[in-house]
Design a protein around this ligand. Structure first.
Ligand code: NAD
Length: 499
């Protein structure tokens, strides 16, 4: 347990888990060391101190995990009925509900999100499990007419694609893993998960809980390790049928290349630079906190963060004033501190990246209105950066074009809605976006005009698995949630029957 965080820790189970000497891989239901015997360390971003040692899996470990996943896919798991898979999902939901406090403490220490934020994410996790449970009983083909002479009957079936490689980032693995695990269990696939080397612990702990709930061996395997080793090996493995990837656009590109080995199906949820458009008639009591938390939540480490805040010129001053006043209510602190609303960023390199973008913004002529510094005092050893605001930003500046993935908000003034739509669309990304206006017609004009996978109106960041969420342009393809999500885990088989 790391120094300052110790003052806040409460869960004995979390402490026992973190006290393990090495966190091994999970292959075929067993905890096993990496074949190379190598380990890597993971750090608590609130303190900069080593939190745990992880097995450094590589291609050899990925290979044995894929063999286990394939064996499980071909084994008794295949014969489980949708009702059995639903019952398993229900047991998992129950155990996660009971263990949630333990899990969020592990997650908070591993990736830095404050426990207040993680605690509030429990309903989202429960909804996801409920959604995937419903999907298990909703897998259906069609009976189709045909033009074949005679008595040939035709239909389609939906079948699980097989072994799914799941590669996920560090900004929310506790819930994020269930976009893959939920769909795998609902569809009858199996998986090898490669969590981020920065935040693997909640994935490892959850996998143990899945087995406690009755998950058959080999259905969910976890190989921790570096992206360029374990991640690349998974993306390139010839016996992995599909990859579900969430992470940066740059890594997405290398996964596409690696996946050509056996023409894997891909689901790619990548980066973003979303525009949050605040019109002059917006209700600022809602728009200000909404736009602020659309950037600062999770210390800006959210793919759909609305980091380009487009504000209509007549209200720029009023909006800015209220924004800065709202920021006074934010409390940056240790992830285990109940009073903290924002935690650190994930790592020293990420902190350096955020601070270097603040320098870039200044050098480009944007006006730093708030923040811009690493936090000191008792937080000096953690990777804490002040929530920061730039005013007078233009869309040509790098801070408006590149994903910073930190708590940095840029205010871009605009004159009319057409200009706002043009600015929003002038981006290589197309992930999220929002409009704040009391006029339904203005809001819908923006919704239709902005080329992005998800739009919010007078709110920011709602996601429901029944509705879905996804990107376009360099933000990737393949929806998270909705029936389309399940389609990624199934393939269609056409059947012709001579009667
Ligand atoms: P990242 O791309 O660096 O890493 C993501 C995962 O890919 C990690 O597990 C990493 O180990 C692995 N990886 C790295 N190199 C690899 C390679 N060559 N082959 C295979 N795997 C490799 O991303 P990150 O820094 O962990 O996360 C931040 C990024 O994720 C941001 O760009 C953010 O926008 C994006 N993100 C997107 C969504 C979404 O739904 N669109 C959600 C969360 C995060």
């Amino acid at each position: 347990m790391t120094t300052f965080q110790q003052n806040f820790a409460r869960s004995e189970q979390a402490q026992d888990f973190l006290a393990r000497d090495v966190h091994h891989l999970v292959i075929d239901g067993r905890r096993v060391p990496a074949m190379s015997g190598q380990t890597l360390t993971t750090v608590d971003p609130s303190t900069g101190e080593v939190l745990a040692r992880l097995a450094a899996g590589d291609a050899a470990d990925v290979d044995r995990a894929v063999i286990a996943a394939r064996r499980a896919f071909e084994g008794p798991w295949r014969t489980w009925t949708p009702y059995q898979r639903q019952a398993l999902l229900a047991r998992i939901a129950q155990l996660l509900d009971e263990r949630f406090e333990e899990l969020i403490q592990i997650e908070a220490m591993d990736m830095g999100a404050p426990v207040s934020r993680l605690r509030a994410s429990k309903p989202a996790l429960m909804k996801m499990l409920s959604f995937f449970s419903s999907q298990a009983a909703n897998i259906a083909g069609e009976t189709l007419m045909n033009g074949i002479p005679g008595t040939v009957a035709t239909m389609t079936l939906k079948a699980p694609v097989g072994v799914v490689g799941g590669i996920i980032p560090w900004n929310g693995p506790l819930n994020g893993q269930f976009w893959i695990v939920g769909a795998v269990l609902a569809s009858g696939c199996t998986t090898v998960l490669k969590p981020s080397e920065e935040a693997s612990l909640s994935v490892l702990r959850v996998t143990e809980i899945l087995h406690e709930a009755g998950l058959p061996d080999g259905v969910v395997n976890v190989v921790t390790g570096l992206g360029k080793e374990a991640g690349h090996a998974l993306a390139a493995h010839p016996d992995v049928d599909r990859i579900a990837f969430t992470g940066s656009t740059q890594t997405g590109r290398s996964i596409i290349e690696a996946s050509t080995v056996n023409i894997k199906k891909l689901q790619l949820e990548l980066g973003g630079k979303s525009a949050d458009i605040v019109c002059a008639d917006a209700d600022l009591d809602k728009a200000v906190p909404g736009a602020a938390m659309g950037v600062f939540a999770n210390s800006g480490q959210i793919c759909f963060a609305g980091t380009r805040v487009l504000v209509q010129r007549p209200i720029v001053e009023e909006f800015t004033e209220q924004l800065l006043a709202f920021m006074d209510t934010l409390r940056v602190g240790y992830s285990l501190d109940d009073a903290a609303t924002l935690g650190p960023v994930i790592s020293q390199p990420q902190l350096d990246k955020v601070l270097s973008y603040i320098d870039v913004g200044r050098a480009e002529g944007a006006e730093l209105l708030r923040g811009g510094q690493r936090l000191g005092g008792e937080l000096e050893n953690g990777y804490f950066v002040q929530p920061s605001v730039f005013g007078g930003v233009t869309n040509e500046m790098r801070i408006a074009r590149e994903e910073i993935f930190g708590p940095v908000l840029s205010i871009l003034p605009f004159d009319d809605v057409d200009e706002a739509i043009a600015i929003a669309n002038d981006s290589q990304y197309g992930l999220g976006g929002a409009v704040w206006s009391q006029s339904l017609s203005t809001a819908l004009r923006v919704v239709h005009g902005v080329h992005t996978g998800t739009m919010w109106v007078n709110c920011y960041g709602h996601i429901d698995p029944m509705v879905g969420f996804g990107g376009t342009k360099l933000s990737g393809y393949g929806s998270k949630g909705s029936a389309a999500h399940m389609d990624n885990y199934l393939y269609t088989k056409s059947v012709y029957m001579e009667l």
